[in-house]
Design a protein around this ligand. Structure first.
Ligand SMILES: Cc1cc2nc3c(=O)[nH]c(=O)nc-3n(C[C@H](O)[C@H](O)[C@H](O)COP(=O)(O)OP(=O)(O)OC[C@H]3O[C@@H](n4cnc5c(N)ncnc54)[C@H](O)[C@@H]3O)c2cc1C
Length: 143
């Protein structure tokens, strides 16, 4: 059942870290510091941008420095009480200064695989637009 994501992961040359929950994201002058747990250790990595593709309930457990906007925090909080509330979607999906938000709860297809895929594509476009790079289908035979 996971052959599709496994095949996609294999093409990323081992950059994915498994069993490494993110615990903290801190804005720095040139990007972000991301802390994650690996066993008993807390390790860090640096990133120019961060895409969150975790459930909303998990978002609340990640220590954000600085905090997300008040309206985003409230939407995440509300989602945990009222599952699948579509009017929250635009707030949940909107990027905030180098932070991007994916996952089924950020899509009109809340609760479905379609939502995960749609939000992933939307977020990829956001990052490419922000970094001035074309969508891969525009580059021709590399697709
Ligand atoms: C039993 C069941 C059956 C389903 N059947 C269907 C179906 O038939 N059709 C359908 O369309 N949908 C179905 N769904 C819904 C579908 O699985 C979800 O909509 C979809 O998986 C959501 O994808 P996502 O990427 O948004 O979130 P998820 O798949 O939940 O992915 C979130 C990821 O974030 C990771 N994560 C969590 N916390 C952290 C952290 N702190 N740091 C880093 N990573 C973290 C998790 O390990 C996970 O890999 C089903 C769901 C369930 C539970």
């Amino acid at each position: 059942m996971d052959r599709l994501p496994s095949a996609m992961a294999a093409s990323l040359n081992g950059i994915i870290r498994y069993n490494a929950p993110v615990v903290r994201v801190e804005r720095q002058s040139t990007g972000f510091r991301v802390d994650y747990r690996e066993g008993a250790a807390v390790r860090r990595t640096e990133a120019a941008r961060v895409v969150f593709a975790v459930p909303a309930s998990t978002m609340r457990q990640i220590d954000m420095k600085p905090r997300l906007s008040r309206v985003k925090e409230q939407a995440i909080e509300q989602l945990s009480y009222y599952d699948g509330v579509r009017f929250l979607m635009p707030v949940l999906a909107s990027a905030e200064n180098g932070l991007h938000f994916a996952g089924e709860h950020t899509s009109i297809w809340t609760g479905w695989m379609e939502g995960a895929l749609e939000s992933g594509e939307r977020t990829a476009r956001e990052v490419l637009n922000a970094t001035g790079r074309p969508w891969p289908e525009q580059t021709g035979p590399t697709r």
